[in-house]
Design a protein around this ligand. Sequence first.
Ligand code: ADP
Length: 444
Amino acid sequence: MSTSQLQSGYQTELADFRVTFSRGGAYTAIVLVLLGVGLDYAQYPEWLTPFAAARFVVSLLIGGIVLMLNGDSGRRLAPWLTLSWLLLPQIMISWMIWQTDGVLSPYYMGLTLAIFASGIALPFGLWQNLVFGVLSCFFYLLACVFHPGGIASIGTMTVNLLLLLFAAAASAVYTFFNERVRFMLFRLKAEVSAKNTELEVINQRLLDIKGQLLQQEKMAAIGTLAAGLLHEVNNPVNFCLMAIEVAMEEPVAKTEAGIQECLVDARQGMQRIQHIVSDLKTFAYRKPGADAEVGTPFLFEKALDSAVRLVGHELRGVAVTRELPDDTLVLGDEAAIIGVLINLLSNAVLAMRKAGTPKPAIHVSVKWVDERLHVNVRDNGPGIADEHLARVFEPFFTTRDVGQGLGLGLSISYAVIERHGGLLFAESELGSWAAFSFDLSRAT
Ligand code: ADP
């Protein structure tokens, strides 16, 4: 944070602080001014009524100035408004001194008390504090000099005046250092909050990296598994298919409808296995860092077919419908996009199963908007609560039971789409539907 930013932040906070303290101080002053009736009763009983009236008027005036502290101009003028209401009791006390014993009145202590209180309790500016001290001395001087009985003792007046000046000086010094300490505290607070923000960013980055590492490990494990599976399954599947083809050419198979049907079913089954193996191939041959390759053209329609096949067992009982344009050739990392689709489809199925959605359905709609292919995967499941909607892309955010979901699927999918220059986002109506959309660029 630059010094000027720090200063302006400090000034804003200081202005609020001053208004709050001025209000608190004013209420305290009103109470003390009114309680002073007790002093009048003990010291000047014959003046009780006019002094009580004066105290009442001063309290009302202080209350009026407090009202002026509201609003922007009140905030700006707070130090001067504080000075104004602080001067009212000083004027009142000086008037009382003038009316009663002049130099011999013990009420000058009230003036000293206000000077001290202003420095200690109010976030007053240095200048206002100095003006306040000097004016208080001046009022006292006027009260003594113009007292009808004259100045009873020059010595006492000098001592009292000096004590008032000392109080004013001490209060000003205190205010000066008070301001500096307040600024230091503010700077410390600003530094701590800046450090906290930095730590939050680092923490988030670490979580992202951890998520990506886990995903890479998962993909590597699938790759190894798929490579092994390919090796083991491909050959038997191929010679089974060949054997079926040969058998289908046999005269018995051609004449016997039952045998023909069995062979057709067997061929279909083998072809499905072949498809699944070829889907897995996309993962098996992924080189490390293949994610970064987002520039290979592929048919999105085929990626969607693969994803639907790979989560076929989960999708049982779920109506999957789709709406695709004729041409879906996009640029990207096909395997990673299949991964994203698998994640969206299985999240939808899991949410619908958990909520017991009566007629579970997923609709995938795909359309071109300018040069980007927009994909929307929408289910009619329980939807996502508003407070969760913004968090579903956070790594490790999950509403699944402990041990059932890592909460990484969507955060990784988000990163994958982001690497493709697109955006993955979620929309939902709680209790009705949830939809995830992303976009990919056209292969030219
Ligand atoms: P996981 O599936 O491991 O919980 P994800 O990052 O894939 O992690 O999903 C995070 C959370 O998003 C899920 O726990 C779930 O609460 C919510 N979610 C994702 N997709 C849907 C959906 N289609 N319907 C309702 N909630 C969903």
